[in-house]
Design a protein around this ligand. Sequence first.
Ligand code: AMP
Ligand code: ZN
Length: 486
Amino acid sequence: MSWIARIFGKRNDTVRRAHTQVFLTNTLSNAKELFISQKPGVATMYSCGPTVYGRAHIGNLRAYVFADTLARVLTAAGYRVHRVINITDVGHMVGDGDEGEDKMQVGARREKKSPEEIADQYTKLFIEDIDELGINTRDINFPRATEYIREQIALAKTLEEKGFAYRTPDGLYFDTSRFPAYGKLGNRQGVELKEGARVPLVKDKRHPNDFALWRMAKPDDLQQWDSPWGRGNPGWHIECSAMSRSLLGQEIDIHTGGEDHISTHHNNEIAQSEAANGRTFVHYWLHNAFLTVFGEKVAKSLKNDVSLPDVSAKGFHPLALRYFFLQAHYRTPLSFSWDALAGASEALNRLWRIARELAEESRGKNAPSEARVRFLAAMRDDLATPQALGILWDTLRSEEYTPEEKWGLLEDAEAHFGLSLIHPPASRTVKEAEVPGEIQNLLIRREAARAAKDFAEADRIRGDIEHSGYRVDDGPKGPVLTRTTL
Ligand code: AMP
Ligand code: ZN
């Protein structure tokens, strides 16, 4: 490296280190706090990952779009973000408690495959799904729990040696009575998990809040390893404590997950990590609110576990789902419906059209503006995505900004939203007069099939329309046709 490059390299580092202020709501304090990373300019971030026994549903996807938006905000504010999303391929019991069957085993039996095959299949699909949602998966580490068995055993052993665990004929349990801060996340201190449907009584467990660090293998367990306590498999919570320690260090800046994880999973992670390491585990805990589908909790049994292929099969671009998520603040519950997604899709298509026009008008040149300052302030204020979207739309519609100022804002919006705004996908909404007769006929027949509630026929016709190079989205004002091949 020449001395000039060295000096400029240094200067770049200095610029990168001069990161801007970001405020985040910390579940630990239940307050908005200024984010201060342990190392200047670097943020470590761990997000609880999927249990890969089935396809992720759009509720799960909301959690990862939120974590990605957070990483984008920090990156744009000058941080280098080190990210981990773990892949749970062992230990997560149906119902999240200590009894029942391992979800991987349920998946393996359902599909007549080994747990490893199931894990491979759904890990690949998960990464493909979030990639399609504009999440840059190359910058994320995806460790699998089964690849960190040694580290999980070592952590459990430390807890046993330090007197935080006890053995039962079933396995090794964390003794929550030895950790007075147990339940500090989400004000759960002193709250006892109720034994009942969700928390069945495990024989020999001293307290309902105690949880398994290691379980002795049952005869039909497909996944088992040797350990100091005998053959068995790890408890669910220990993987996150072990993998975050191995990959990001004992103390990490940010941990994310859905709000369902606050009460048990994350309090258990804190108990394990802080008891073993003797120091703070996570400085900022962030949780996304839940997504409901058609007004109900997402559940396979309710047949509302919509996944990304369902979204695409209806002719929506995956990024329409991302736009839909961004319309709500991450801490606000969000209700999904196909109509709401159609509205988001229409708005995104409009945004892409404006972006194409602006690219020509500005010739890709950007200029600063006060709108950009307001946009950044909104995003750095606990990821205020609805406000930031409002600023974007107001500015693009306004005649007070030059094309270069608008283009500059669009670049900022892209860095924070990941909606392909700078390079919109090659497609365009077609005006009615431009639709060829044969496609018009198909559209009319599809509407008739839909009116007669013959959805199989409507879907078949949609397939014909797609094969002809068009996509049809059902907007609130009727079908919207987009050309997918130019
Ligand atoms: P799981 O595979 O169940 O561990 O979930 C993976 C991630 O998705 C976790 O962070 C959950 O908290 C989150 N999650 C699960 N269901 C929903 C939902 N309906 N809405 C938002 N996040 C969810
Ligand atoms: Zn976790």
